[in-house]
Design a protein around this ligand. Structure first.
Ligand SMILES: [Mg+2]
Length: 175
């Protein structure tokens, strides 16, 4: 029986891939389709190699991320049954900390500030379940690791994969 679920932000509830492609199209006038970046590391996926890095350092980038499809309803539903908290690496881009907090207040107002963990690395996090799109964050996790599908992790086969939020709720309710 599981109780606590830690949920990553970028790539899990905040659609950083879609946002990055949209920003790239706007700033560089080049259209990249999601299928063009399958299996590529997120930071090197675009033709202009430092574009993503620049976006991550641009004020407003994190604040304007679109929520991942289905994430708000699914997480709201999970909060009724489980101890849900949000775990996000914010310290690499310190300006993102406030933007991420405001973003959560706007899109996930039902999650209390008490349930937010903004951190550096995630290897000290304990919970029954961790949902993350980065295998490196799941590798050191002591509970049940669940990989949320993203273009950059499509070739990863070591973890139970959550294809979308509808699938995530189904998998979690069977744990
Ligand atoms: Mg992530």
């Amino acid at each position: 029986m599981i109780d606590s679920i830690a949920i990553d932000m970028d790539g899990v509830i905040a659609d950083i891939e879609l946002h990055t492609l949209n920003w790239y199209q706007k700033k560089c006038n080049v259209v990249i389709h999601p299928e063009d970046i399958i299996g590529l590391p997120q930071l090197e996926a675009l033709p202009e190699k430092d574009a993503v890095w620049k976006f991550l350092h641009t004020p407003g980038f994190f604040r304007t991320l679109p929520p991942v499809k289905g994430a708000i309803d699914a997480v709201r539903r999970l909060t009724r049954k489980y101890d849900i908290f949000i775990v996000s690496s914010a310290m690499e881009f310190p300006h993102s900390l406030n933007e991420k907090y405001e973003w959560l207040q706007e899109h996930f107002p039902f999650i209390s500030w008490r349930k937010l963990i903004f951190c550096g690395e995630k290897n000290r996090i304990t919970a029954d379940v961790l949902i993350d799109d980065y295998p490196k964050n799941l590798r050191s996790f002591k509970g049940i690791p669940l990989l949320f599908s993203a273009m950059h992790n499509m070739h990863e086969t070591n973890y139970t994969r959550l294809h979308n939020w509808e699938n995530a709720v189904q998998v979690i309710e069977c744990l």
